[in-house]
Design a protein around this ligand. Sequence first.
Ligand code: ADP
Ligand code: ADP
Length: 230
Amino acid sequence: MAELTLDNVTKVFDDNGTDIVAVDGVSVDIDDGEFLVLVGPSGCGKSTTLRMIAGLETVSSGEIRLDGEVVNAQPPRERDIAMVFQSYALYPHMTVKENMSFGLEESTDMPDSEISSLVEETAEMLGIGDLLGRKPGELSGGQQQRVALGRAIVRDPKVFLMDEPLSNLDAQLRSQMRTELQRIQENLGVSTVYVTHDQTEAMTMGDRIAILNDGELQQVATPLEAYHEP
Ligand code: ADP
Ligand code: ADP
């Protein structure tokens, strides 16, 4: 759990000598445990914003703070942030259990037995407890997405970043996962930034919705304020 602050964050890409301002002076506070949905048209800077928070992209100017500490120069590993993408990026040669354990084995000195029971508990919670011995190729899209989520959850991150995590699922599964994701996020109380094109997801999942347009934050509002005409 953490408070995440973006303070006048700007990203300028150099495209063969031409400046592309992908993110333009974005300031927003994501409170401890808050679920912020980030929406806006394609190319408006959503992915770049997430990548800067995760440390996968440098910040051109401005500050990103985690619980008040500036993390601009911190490598991704040290930020304690988990990211879930629309493509699951699971290791195909590893079992579900190995996929979910891998990050913990790499980044903590938790004993194997503890990792094992934590992974089993998390898999149970996500309804994939009986799939731990399978490989990703033997799973449905929804099951793979749960594994990707599980892998993020077991690390008990301070912040969750999700980039259209449900967009590859069919409508029924998407609606089911929407409810489950919300429940899990509430249980964990983890601060979350969630990128989506789906208005239903934005309206039902977010505590607040941030609307990005051409790199600039246009509005940060509750779902009611954002989608109800006066
Ligand atoms: P990314 O953020 O991962 O770069 P894009 O934002 O470029 O991805 O778009 C992902 C997909 O969503 C594309 O297929 C694109 O056509 C579609 N898309 C982009 N903008 C919208 C929108 N405003 N509403 C619905 N779909 C959109
Ligand atoms: P979104 O996720 O909202 O679709 P992006 O953050 O992917 O938007 O992109 C924002 C803008 O930055 C776009 O104009 C895109 O073309 C540009 N951009 C993204 N990544 C790079 C890059 N590595 N080099 C140059 N321009 C980039």
